[in-house]
Design a protein around this ligand. Structure first.
Ligand SMILES: Cc1cc2nc3c(=O)[nH]c(=O)nc-3n(C[C@H](O)[C@H](O)[C@H](O)COP(=O)(O)OP(=O)(O)OC[C@H]3O[C@@H](n4cnc5c(N)ncnc54)[C@H](O)[C@@H]3O)c2cc1C
Length: 377
């Protein structure tokens, strides 16, 4: 590890990697500290890998703006860099008349958000597009798709490294202390030995532990509203006999805070159902096999071809939520902390979905804070 650097990025998930890659274009000296042995070992490799279009949330939220901007940026990057992806499109399915109003609301919201191409389709068109899906009507989103998130992260990591970014793996950041010129960062290495580093600016993109990092700098996370309440999302794998049965992503109508367990398409044609949303503790990636019946019952409403025995436990991811289950939705927090007395510290907290879709747009945002801003006095 080097000392006296310009920018330390904490966390090599897809967001930290996208930020490091973007900032590396400025010629600044950048280090990424990651506690695991490699990049993308936490939330960024445990998700649906869906490129969202940005229709779900109100237009004034940061997560909406960054998703709508991030969607085309991500397709463009995948195309240029050879990252596997597919613009599959997606159908949100209303299974009874009561759900049609929800779809109409989603269509209006998506249009207000600037999402291109959204339209309602009737049962006959849905039958033509996805013959194995059942519903009274659907909302078609042509700009939704899927991406190989590991290949995306590999591409971002390699591009950053090729422009001189240093990656310190098995470096666990413990504490940030404000100094006259930036931050003294205390870490431990793979053997538990103490390390330290001075950085003028720090980007806290530590995912599930972003609240702890902010706290270590001296920010009261309860007053700031940064406390993370981890929420697990489990997935069940669909029997390979149904491989290739769907051509598009297929979702139920969403609840106010959850998109609902949906059909997750893999680039290989494989199918999963998930995720649900349950309170958990950091590090618990277990999948409870007893949830199979609930997944099956919910999915069969719009995927009637599923039968008992078709689902088996697959994997789980953990959302870094800023609210408890049942509480109102919160926006992404992306904040440069000068007003709290921490200039040059940028906290990213609550970076749940659509964080993967938004990663390149988030990186642009951080560039505006740290590179394009006026120099600090
Ligand atoms: C079930 C589920 C489904 C999802 N589906 C989608 C989807 O389909 N589309 C979409 O756009 N988004 C989706 N998301 C959201 C998306 O996965 C996340 O927004 C994104 O991966 C967050 O990236 P990140 O880099 O912030 O976090 P992470 O990937 O968690 O990276 C944070 C990194 O920080 C490191 N770290 C933490 N503490 C320290 C420390 N003290 N010192 C050093 N390193 C540290 C961790 O080891 C980790 O590598 C989903 C999320 C979940 C949980």
């Amino acid at each position: 590890m080097v000392d006296g650097i310009d920018i330390l990025v904490i966390g090599a998930g897809v967001i930290g990697l996208a930020i490091a890659e973007r900032l590396s274009r400025s010629g600044r000296q950048i280090v990424v500290a990651e506690r695991n042995e490699s990049f993308g070992r936490e939330t960024s490799s445990r998700n649906s890998e869906v490129i969202h279009c940005g229709m779900y949330y109100p237009e004034d939220l940061l997560k909406t703006r960054l998703c709508v901007r991030g969607n085309p940026l991500l397709y463009e990057r995948c195309e240029k860099a050879g990252v596997p992806y597919r613009k599959t499109g997606k159908i949100v399915v209303a299974t009874d008349d009561a759900e049609v109003g929800v779809l109409e609301g989603l269509l209006s919201q998506g249009r207000r958000n600037g999402v291109p191409g959204l339209r309602l389709i009737d049962a006959a068109e849905m039958q033509r597009l996805e013959p194995r899906v059942r519903g009274v009507c659907g909302l078609l989103s042509p700009e939704s798709g899927i991406v190989d998130s590991h290949r995306l992260m590999t591409c971002l990591q390699q591009a950053a490294a090729s422009r001189g970014v240093t990656f310190g793996y098995r470096c666990d950041v413990r504490e940030l202390t404000k100094t006259a010129s930036g931050y003294l960062v205390a870490m431990t290495d793979a053997d538990g030995a103490a390390l330290s580093l001075n950085a003028e600016c720090v980007v806290n993109s530590a995912g599930l532990d972003a609240d702890r990092i902010a706290q270590s700098a001296g920010i009261d996370v309860d007053i700031a509203g940064y406390r993370i309440h981890p929420a697990k999302g489990e997935y069940f794998r669909v029997s390979s006999r149904h491989r290739g049965i769907l051509g598009r992503l297929v979702y139920p109508v969403p609840s106010p805070v959850h998109l609902g367990a949906h059909a997750v398409l893999g680039l290989d044609g494989g199918l999963k159902i998930g995720p649900n949303s349950i309170s958990t503790v950091r590090g618990d990636y277990s999948v409870d096999p007893s949830h199979e019946g609930d997944f099956l019952a919910k999915a069969r409403k719009f995927l009637p071809f599923l039968e008992a025995g078709d689902l088996s436990p697959d994997m789980a991811g953990i959302r870094p939520k800023l609210y408890r289950l049942g509480e109102p939705l919160r926006d992404f927090v992306i904040r440069e902390e000068s007003s709290r007395g921490f200039p040059g510290l940028v906290n990213l907290v609550g970076m749940e979905s659509p964080g993967l879709t938004s990663c390149l747009a988030i990186a642009e945002e951080i560039e505006r804070f740290l590179v394009l801003r006026a120099p600090r006095a």
